[in-house]
Design a protein around this ligand. Structure first.
Ligand code: GLU
Length: 293
């Protein structure tokens, strides 16, 4: 099957050194496979996203020589696809309405000392599972994953096992405020875009089992996964928009790319002076490192 990869930024802020590493890895992997590289704007969380940030990200990518091989997809335009997937799941009797707010669940978990990481909805204690609340606006929609553990393989991290129903519980596909949840949107779009390879940061690895069980329920194929190293600040914390990481400096794209390449362990690259020279040197190094060609 021809390689199709993607970079899927959430436009809640500009690209910083950490998100550039994810973009670079996904681009290198696609190009080393002589594949197609797509950009998808993941703006389903509309209260936190802005079109200005999305356009700025596309500009930052372009400054670094990264352009989507097909028209960019915006998740905010794709509600009907997510609704269709939800309808398909409804016929399997695995959905129910939930009135617990996200913050109530998060607060209860915080009291128990459980930290909720990126895109993590739960562990949800099943409070609303048997209440039979109507699937209408004002209620979130949760999905009951299968009870069995799932084993999946990551090209970098190796074999992973997670029992989604135990460690995550029933998770949200549509939020109480009516917006689609990341897990559903990402699965539907990876499926409809025919994504064969997902390359992204390791902080998202924990979401993968959830995404695979959802793909299986929707009859979608599962891509190959590679979760890359996270960029840490001097204090050891992961760089993130939430902690105010600085946007990459588009006036010096080669330097930014060289730095990102170092995080990926590609410091054997000869010092390039142009973006084009950087890419010409980097793609074969990536291909060789992963035995691609
Ligand atoms: N949009 C997601 C994020 O920025 C990444 C999704 C993905 O690569 O699967 O957290």
């Amino acid at each position: 099957m021809p390689y199709r990869g993607r970079f899927a930024p959430s436009p809640t802020g500009l690209l910083h050194a950490g998100s550039l590493v994810a973009a670079l890895a996904s681009w290198l992997d696609a190009k080393a496979h002589e594949g197609t590289w797509l950009v998808r704007v993941e703006d389903v969380d509309q209260p936190r996203c802005s079109p200005a940030a999305a356009h700025a990200i596309l500009g930052q990518l372009a400054a670094c020589g990264m352009q989507s091989d097909e028209p960019v997809i915006w998740q905010s335009d794709r509600s009907s696809h997510y609704q269709q997937a939800l309808n398909a799941l409804a016929t399997q009797n695995t959905l129910y309405a939930c009135r617990c707010s996200r913050s109530t669940v998060a607060q209860n978990l915080a009291k128990l000392g459980i930290e909720v990481t990126r895109h993590q909805e739960t562990p949800y204690p099943g409070t609303c599972r048997h209440l039979g609340l109507p699937l209408t606006k004002g209620h979130a929609v949760r999905w009951r994953p299968p009870m069995q553990p799932l084993e999946w393989h990551d090209r970098r991290l190796g074999i992973q096992v997670q029992n989604v129903s135990e460690t995550v519980g029933d998770f949200v596909l549509k939020r109480q405020d009516g917006f689609w949840a990341y897990q559903l949107a990402v699965v539907v779009d990876d499926g409809l875009q025919g994504i064969t390879h997902v390359v992204r940061g390791e902080d998202l690895a924990d979401n993968t089992a959830r995404q695979i069980v959802l793909q299986q329920a929707l009859g979608l194929s599962t891509p190959v996964y590679w979760h890359g190293p996270l960029v840490k600040a001097a204090d050891g914390q992961k760089l993130s928009k939430q902690t105010g990481a600085a946007p990459i400096d588009c006036r010096r794209p080669v330097q930014q790319l060289q730095q990102a390449a170092k995080w990926l362990g590609l410091d054997v690259l000869p010092a390039a002076t142009t973006v084009q020279a950087f890419w010409s040197a980097a793609v074969p190094v990536w291909a060789q490192r992963f035995g691609i060609r």
